[in-house]
Write a new protein. Structure first.
Length: 485
């Protein structure tokens, strides 16, 4: 990481205290907030969370070879509060708030970088779209991408600080739940290309309406580069209405339902759970010099569902702006692999699992149910609560139940307090042969599966596992993986 100790102190307005062999011109190797991940010569940001105060581990990171710590407490304060011996502390920067210092340093570092950054947001599909874009760009460039769920005001700065001089592009996922958050993320990321996947029903507790969501997501444009580009889903009614963004005409991608779309996915041939073949059609436009005539490209999208084909179109839209060839685009799309927790197919000897347990909202629930409906086996949906839906939560849960019933899902297993509305709606609309049940919580479900698993999940079936992250359905996934071999 091309930052000196002095630069870090200046970037966050902190007081630099030098100790040992470290000087102001010493460069740090990496940045972490998890003491277990410290590298020799790295900088540790001692943040204070709801459960853990990072200052308790400053002594440990110095013993492990850290070159610098950014703290909001002096060693004397830490020793007095915790009884920890702080005599081993090395050089540190004293700031008012360590988390804000992390953001300030990331913003400073981003300004130093000569690299094109793609910022991605949206209600649904951010992570999958990030994987498609990064995977396609990697056919030509050395690309850094957001790892895991590092898409918030902690994860984004850590992602930016992972960029190195050999990287030629970065793809940064940006997630929010309230107004102002995207503004702060954009200030750090300063994207050259902004991608918005859709405007759906999520985080309604804070953002209230889809118009509120659009307003909050649109803060990604606040610090976009002056010559930046915007890629939007032309099939989304809110996004397709954006005729101009800060003097720029957006590039649209979609299924051909909008005349403004420059990249369309057509002639889609589904192969069920094993992906789709499609034709990507590139249209010339007045705001792009990259495509000067209508061109077609046959692609194989290895992940199932039409929404994955749309993700491929989004990636192609971005790839054109980077100057990739059609062969590079097709090759990159064909190599895409699923991300754990998001439409990840797991073939086991007793059944197939669709691991989509990372998070959930009404739109992603419907997409996951559509995916399950493609299976040519008995279909089982284990659906848990969706959080942060605001005052319409009951109706939105009921809508998922009705949708699952209409999709012909054979067994609908609802889990959680909110999901009782999913259960009731499913029971009201399903065929008489549909098996529908409800469990009050994850623990009760696991106990029932342990006692009578075959009653709920027949051998040879395909099982969708989906809920908001707080339901901790990763435990359900691991249980079924162990029992499915």
């Amino acid at each position: 990481m091309n930052l000196s100790v002095r630069e870090i102190a200046e970037a966050c307005g902190g007081k630099l205290v030098l100790r040992g062999d470290v000087s102001g011109d010493t460069y740090v190797s990496s940045a972490v907030i998890d003491s277990r991940k410290i590298e020799a010569g790295g900088v540790f940001f001692a943040t204070i969370g709801e459960r853990v105060d990072g200052h308790r581990f400053v002594s440990q990171v110095f013993e492990a070879g850290a070159g610098l710590a950014v703290v909001q407490k002096t060693p004397e304060q830490v020793q007095e509060e915790t009884g920890t011996d702080c005599s081993c502390w090395g050089s540190y920067v004293l700031v008012e708030e360590s988390l804000q210092a992390l953001k300030d340093v990331a913003e400073y570092y981003r300004r130093k970088l000569d690299i094109r950054v793609v910022g991605i947001t949206g209600s649904v599909g951010k992570t999958s779209t990030k994987e498609f874009i990064a995977g396609v760009l990697a056919e030509k460039l050395n690309v850094l991408k957001t790892e895991g769920n590092f898409n918030n005001e902690i994860g984004v700065p850590l992602t930016l600080l992972r960029i190195r001089e050999n990287h030629e592009a970065a793809v940064v996922e940006m997630g929010i739940s309230d107004f102002g958050e995207m503004h702060r993320l954009s200030k750090m990321v300063r994207p050259d290309i902004c991608v918005i996947t859709n405007i759906g029903q999520c985080h309604l507790e804070n953002l209230k309406t889809r118009d509120g969501i659009l307003k909050a997501k649109s803060e990604i444009f606040d610090f976009m580069a002056e010559d930046g580009e915007v890629c939007l889903n032309g099939e989304d009614d809110k996004l397709s209405a954006l005729a101009e963004v800060k003097g720029h005409k957006p590039h649209f991608f979609g299924f051909g339902g909008n005349l403004s779309e420059e990249v369309t996915a057509e002639n889609i041939e589904s192969h069920g759970l094993w992906g789709s073949d499609a034709t990507l059609r590139f249209y010339p436009s007045e705001n792009s010099e990259k495509v000067n005539k209508t061109t077609e490209l046959s692609v194989h999208v290895p992940l199932p569902g039409s929404h994955m084909v749309l993700n491929a179109a989004a990636a192609a839209c971005v790839a054109v702006l980077f100057g990739l060839t059609l062969k590079e685009i097709a090759r990159g799309i064909a190599k895409i692999e699923p991300v754990s927790g998001r439409n990840n197919l797991i073939r086991l000897s007793k059944y197939t699992l669709i691991d989509d347990c990372y998070n959930a909202n009404p739109a992603s629930m419907r997409a996951a149910i559509d995916l399950l409906a493609m299976a040519d086996t008995e279909k089982v949906a284990i659906l848990g609560d969706m959080f942060e839906l605001g005052e319409n939560s009951d109706a939105l849960h009921a809508g998922v139940g009705e949708y699952a019933a209409a999709a012909g899902i054979d067994r609908i297993i609802c889990v959680g307090e909110n999901s009782q509305h999913t259960f009731r709606a499913a029971a009201d609309h399903a065929e008489e042969t549909t098996y529908i049940t409800h469990f009050p919580d994850r623990e009760t479900l696991l106990k029932a599966l342990e006692e009578k698993q075959k009653e709920y999940i027949p051998e040879g079936s395909t099982v969708l596992i989906k809920a908001s992250h707080g339901m901790e359905f990763a435990g359900v996934l691991e249980f079924l993986k162990e029992r499915g071999e």
